[in-house]
Every structure is written in C-alpha cells, then in structure tokens.
Design a protein around this ligand. Structure first.
Ligand SMILES: Cc1ncc(COP(=O)(O)O)c(C=O)c1O
Length: 481
C-alpha cells in the first residue's frame, strides 16, 4: 500500500462539516492526484485497509473509489486492486522558486507593469501611513440623508448607465468649486469625472504618450504617477526639487509631458514659485509639451493663502488640472476629476468609454449635492483646523522625542517628510515595522541617486494620543551605529 502517511493525517485533520464522508474522501483523493502526492499508477490500499486507517466504514471507501473510477481518476482491475489512472500536468516552478518560469502569457507591457510592483494605498490608517484622511470626522449622517433623498427622488435614473464624462450636476459643482477656490478657469464641459487620480494619470498616459516619449517627473516624486507613465512605455527623466519646487533648465531635451505637484510638492512639501510656474508654462507652449498639475491636497493649506492653481495662469491650453476627492471626502468614494483643455475633451471622453464607462452615478449625484448645499465647504473648514493642529502636535512630538529625525517645514497636507542620516532608514524602518509602526520610506520615492533617506509620516488620521503612543514606541528603538 502506498498512500503516504502525511496524506492520511491531512485527511483526518480536514473534516468539512456539512459534507458526507464519501465526498470528503473523494475530494481529498482528487486533490492528492492533482498535486502529485498520488502519482499515476500508484496502487491504493484495499478499501478494507484504508477504511481501518481512516476510521471510516468500508462501504464509504468503496463508494468513494467507485465514484472516482466513474470520473476517470482511478482504475480498478480484478486481482490488481485500485490504481491512480491519470497524471495531471503540474505548474513548473521558476529556477528561483515562486513564480512560474514560463507560460504566464503577459505582454511586454504587462510584464513591465508586473515587475514595477504597482502602487497600492494603505488599507487602514495605522500610524504613520501617509495620505489617509480622518474618516472618523466625516459627516456620515448628512451623507446618509443626501443619499436617501437622491434614491427617493431619482433612484431609477441613477441606476442606469450614465454620462461617460461624468454626472452633469457633479461636473457643474466641480467647475464652480475649482473656479472659486483654486482659480481654475474651466466650464463643466471641460470636466471629466474619473474614479481616481491614478485612473486619470493612466488615461493621460494612454492618450498622450507613445512608447519612448520623455516625461519629466519630480525627484523625489509620486510613485503613482511614475508607475502610470512607465506602464505606457515612457522614459522618465527625474528633475530635482528645491524650496521653490521643480528645477528645470530650458536647455533640457523637450519632454512630451511634465508631471508636477505645484501647490504642495509630493513628498517634500515645497510650493512651486510663480516665476517657475510661468517659465514652465512658456516652455510647454514653445515645445508643445503637456503639463499635468496634480493638485492632490491643496485644500489643506494651513499657513497663509495657497497660490492659485497653475491652470489659471495658462492661456496656452497646455495645463491639465487633476484633483481627487480621496483626501477631502473619503478614498473609497472613488471620485476624481480632470479639468481639460477644450481640445482634449472629446478624445479623453471617448477613451473613458473604453475603460469602465463611467463612475457610479449615485455617488456622483450625492457628491454634487454635498458640494452644492455647502456641506463640502464646511467639512473642509473643519478638517483644515483639525489637520493643522495635528501637524503642530506631530512636529512638537518629533522635536521632543526623536531629535535624530529632521522634519521638513511644511505648510499643509496630510503628512510630513522627515530626513534621517544616511544608512539609518532601513534598520530603523525594520525595527519600527516589528513594533507595529509604519514609516513610509522617503528614499524609495527617488528614481536616481543620491537619495535623501527619511520617512513620510502621515498625521491627519491620528489623534494626538495615537501619535504620542507611536512616537514613544519609535523613541525606544536602538539607533544605528
Ligand atoms: C501626489 C498624489 N496624487 C494623487 C493621490 C491619490 O489620489 P487617488 O486616490 O485619487 O488616486 C495621492 C495619494 O496619496 C498623492 O499623494
């Protein structure tokens, strides 16, 4: 008899309630044949023997053998007993183990995307994950009322397919909000509603870039943008940033697209100066480049007035403005938007239909009501105050308890960048992770070298007590060297 004892003990441990013993035995045998534990031609024990080994009745084992014979897994011959009749080809492991060596069937682009590792956001607001808003302060009751009203009033219409450009009421609300608070000059006809900044970046990459085109990105810069452009086959040129934002020299080879976070550079926090804004717009006009203005968290500006969006300075129709509701409302809402130069509206909307068609209608309608009825402005005011005080709290905690960390001055946002001495980031981050604290890496946001080591510490979703507790844990770590 050749059934391995490991298989026997596994079978005993994996009882499946609600399934007959016969079926459980069939499943276990099928699985063992499929994964090669029972190879082709293996002789199975006589039903009487297996029944005794497994503590089952002989009738049950006989019935399972008969079932698998009918299915073609087993053969039975008088005088020879019961055999495994088939061999199921197994997946080949690569030389390093893990992923299959051949046969995934991905395109070159697909393989490049896979190797790039993607860009997933944190699933829960653990200290100090970057970029998470405080969802415990979201006015859920107001949202529920607006949702119920919409469902009552035009629930059926909102369950149909919708406008690929976005719900008209939401586009109007966005255009009005952008004009009032960010100085963006656009009408509802120029607004395209999408599920996320990430989707917008991917759409722009698909529609504006050919393989090999050059894209200027900030160094350090936003990983989501870089992965979207790299996935489209673009060649990324990282340009350094200083206290005035992106540094560029007009002699550099002209890019097809320039991606920027002008109001609050991600991740270092600088504001792009007015002369540089004007210089970039002029450069883009001369060279026919597109400027993507990612205004991801400009609503959270704490000291003085934020500079209006670059888009409002552009009379050449080169700036594409990008905003998201992920930070100002909640990330799972999955709503973001582009304010497009008029010439790009039709091609982008057509391309949108090739993606997922449109965003959820009900969510768009409720968001439009939330903005139009003044709840959005009130929520932003409240969150601005809350996040400002949390930023101040974190700065005080860091300077008191972690003097080896050098926080960058920041006038807004949901996170702050802090530098570490060279060689410290990895060992400290490992210790922090073992203690349950996330310390998002600053150095990994660089494409080239040198890289500033440090952390990008999210504070917006943490109460002062939560921050103090986590800082105390970090303060107890062993410092390198
Ligand atoms: C620079 C930047 N742009 C965009 C986003 C994300 O937005 P979305 O959730 O809409 O993709 C983030 C999120 O952290 C960000 O840091």
């Amino acid at each position: 008899m050749t059934i391995p004892s490991l298989w026997l003990s596994l079978f005993r441990q994996t009882a499946a309630p609600g399934t007959s013993l016969r079926e459980q035995l069939c499943r276990a045998l099928r699985q063992a044949i499929a994964n090669g534990t029972l190879a082709q031609h293996t002789r199975l024990p006589a039903s009487r023997v297996l029944a005794a080994d497994l503590g089952l009745s002989r009738v049950t084992v006989e019935a399972a053998y008969a079932q698998l014979e009918t299915e073609g897994y087993l053969g039975r011959h008088v005088g020879q007993g019961t055999f495994v009749r088939i061999a199921i080809p197994r997946r080949e492991a690569s030389v390093q183990g893990g992923a299959p060596a051949i046969g995934l069937g991905l395109s070159r682009r697909g393989e490049q995307i896979r190797r790039g590792g993607g860009c997933q956001d944190p699933l829960r607001p653990q200290a100090f994950c970057a970029g998470s808003p405080e969802l415990r302060a979201f006015p859920a009751d107001t949202w529920r009322q607006l949702l119920n009203r919409r469902l009552r009033q035009d629930g059926e219409a909102l369950m149909r397919y919708g406008d690929p450009q976005g719900h008209p009421a939401l586009r109007r609300a966005i255009a009005h909000y952008l004009g009032q608070s960010r100085g963006v000059r656009c009408s509802a006809e120029q607004v395209l509603v999408l599920t996320s900044s990430q989707q917008a970046l991917q759409l722009l990459a698909t529609m504006l870039l050919d393989t090999g085109d050059t894209v200027w990105v900030e160094e350090p810069g936003y990983r989501g943008a870089k992965t979207a452009f790299a996935a489209a086959g673009a060649s990324l040129l990282p340009l350094p940033v200083d206290q005035d934002g992106l540094q560029f020299s007009p002699q550099s080879a002209a890019p097809r697209l320039i991606c920027l976070t002008p109001s609050h550079q991600y991740p270092l926090g600088a504001t792009l100066s007015l002369p540089r804004r004007l210089g970039l717009i002029d450069y883009a006009r001369q060279h026919g480049s597109w400027l993507v203005e990612d205004d991801y968290d400009s609503e959270f500006h704490y000291d003085g007035q934020p500079l209006p969006a670059m888009q409002g300075l552009d009379h050449q129709q080169r700036v594409i403005y990008l905003g998201t509701f992920s930070k100002v409302l909640f990330p799972s809402l999955r709503l973001a938007y582009l304010a497009l130069p008029p010439a790009l509206v039709e091609p982008m909307v057509t391309a949108r239909t090739v993606q997922d068609g449109h965003c959820a209608q009900l969510a768009q309608a409720v968001t439009a009501d939330f903005i139009e009825q003044g709840h959005f402005a009130a929520h932003l005011r409240q969150m601005r105050q809350l996040y400002r005080s949390r930023r101040d709290t974190l700065q005080t905690l860091l300077s008191t308890h972690l003097p080896w960390l050098s926080p960058q001055a920041t006038n807004g946002g949901l996170q702050l960048a802090a530098s570490l001495p060279t060689g410290w980031e990895l060992p400290l981050s490992r210790q922090a992770a073992a203690l349950g604290i996330a310390t998002p890496s600053l150095s990994s946001l660089y494409l080239g070298t040198p890289r500033q080591e440090g952390w990008l510490l999210g504070y917006a979703a943490l109460t002062p007590d939560e921050m103090a507790g986590a800082v105390k844990v970090l303060a107890g770590m062993k410092l390198p060297g």
